[in-house]
Design a binder for this molecule. Structure first.
Ligand SMILES: [Zn+2]
Length: 396
């Protein structure tokens, strides 16, 4: 919510008044100099929105704020032009409301529109989130990166490289919503306070690498040409796309990386297909290129690429993984019950390339167990398993 600065106000005072950690307020107002606040300047307060209240007989600012459970001065701040001594019955005033629960409800069919909607809502309530477009899909959809935190340690997570593994997107979105809520309201998650991680970690999340593919699986073939005709042709005219893994033009985005790509390409489909075709050469697809460029410029310390399924994760590549990857793998296994696997007969994946290029810890997490796309009924179980991994990625 937005408020206007008064004479004598400070970010520190807002932090005390609204019970919101000071670093979040500073980060939510990057264009504002905290030590030179100007009267009437607009400041964003995370974790609140403005609602309305109609004055009843006998109401005063005091009685309203006591009844609604917040400080008297909060009412003054959100009603700057109102004289508290001349309230009229029936008059509409602003009241600040603290967001106490999740905004993202991930346990549902979750397409690109759902993602966009939830990102807008999260940024509205938690304006310290940084959001940017890192590229566009084949069909021109924005591929969005969210950043949370100010720390030197850079942890990256991504979801839905594979279309029919789209449940990874709402899992990530609901997890970061819980992180944002815990940060802002100073609530522990599994006994851990989150504020230290906001200071020590910069979290980068690309919740949906393959939006065209996800929409294809969730909603069916697009109306737009030539994509509709092309995708139907690749699928042999079949209008059922629930098993589709690739991007909209039949390239498997997680087979696109120059990490023994030729070895993978030799044994995979040689032309566009619903799954496994690695492209005619590495990094031909805009979604894969966007992720490569983001990764090159960001210099992540650790990456987690979310897939389904198997309750297993992969953490090595050709001996290039550093010693600390083993320690992280042990912790991830402990908190999730998932089985760590160092090497697997698979190449040209995002995490393979990341480990090869930077010799830093990279993981492919295979959430849940069953046939892709996993039924949404697994959501709560996967969520709990992954929450441990999420926390461990911050503290290990
Ligand atoms: Zn996958």
């Amino acid at each position: 919510m937005n408020i206007r600065v008064r004479q004598g106000d400070s970010f520190w005072y807002y932090s005390q008044l609204f019970h919101v950690p000071l670093p979040l307020i500073i980060d939510a107002n990057e264009s504002v100099n905290p030590s030179a606040l100007q009267v009437d300047q607009v400041v964003r307060i995370p974790g609140y929105y403005i609602d309305f209240y109609r004055i009843q007989p006998g109401d005063t600012f005091w009685s309203i704020s006591t009844r609604l459970g917040f400080n008297f001065d909060m009412l003054q701040l959100v009603n700057p032009t109102l004289n508290p001594l001349s309230l009229q019955i029936g008059q509409r005033i602003n009241v600040p409301v603290r967001v106490q629960g999740p905004i993202v409800h991930g346990k549902r069919d979750y397409d690109y529109a759902a993602l966009q909607h939830d990102i807008r809502q999260l940024i509205e309530i938690y304006p310290f989130i940084k959001s940017r477009v890192i590229g566009h899909s084949v069909m021109g959809k924005e591929i969005i990166e969210l950043q949370i935190g100010q720390g030197d340690k850079k942890v990256h997570m991504n979801g839905s490289f594979h279309a029919h593994e789209w449940i990874t997107t709402p899992i990530l979105m609901q997890t970061i919503n819980d992180y944002l809520l815990a940060l802002t309201n100073r609530l522990p998650i599994r006994g851990l306070q989150m504020e230290p991680y906001f200071q020590s970690v910069t979290l980068s999340i690309v919740p949906m690498v393959n939006p065209d593919g996800v929409d294809l699986v969730v909603n069916g073939a697009p109306d737009e040409e030539p994509y509709r005709s092309e995708v139907l042709a690749i699928n042999n005219g079949n209008t059922e796309f629930s098993g589709w893994k690739a991007n909209i033009r039949g390239v498997d985005l997680n087979n696109q990386y120059p990490a023994l790509w030729e070895k993978e390409a030799a044994r995979k489909p040689q032309q566009p297909a619903p799954r496994d075709f690695p492209g005619f050469s590495p990094l031909t697809e805009p979604e894969a290129i966007a992720m490569a460029e983001l990764t090159r410029e960001s210099q992540f310390d650790c990456v987690l690429a979310y897939h389904t399924q198997g309750k297993v994760f992969f953490w090595g590549f050709e001996g290039s993984e550093p010693p600390e990857a083993a320690a992280k793998a042990t912790e991830f296994a402990k908190v999730s019950g998932y089985r760590p696997v160092q090497y697997v007969d698979s190449y040209a994946g995002y995490k393979d390339w990341f480990i090869q290029e930077w010799q830093k810890p990279g993981f492919t997490m295979e959430l849940g167990r069953g046939v892709n796309p996993l039924p949404i009924s697994q959501f709560d179980e996967i969520y709990q398993e992954n929450l441990g991994i999420f926390l461990a990625s911050l503290y290990t």
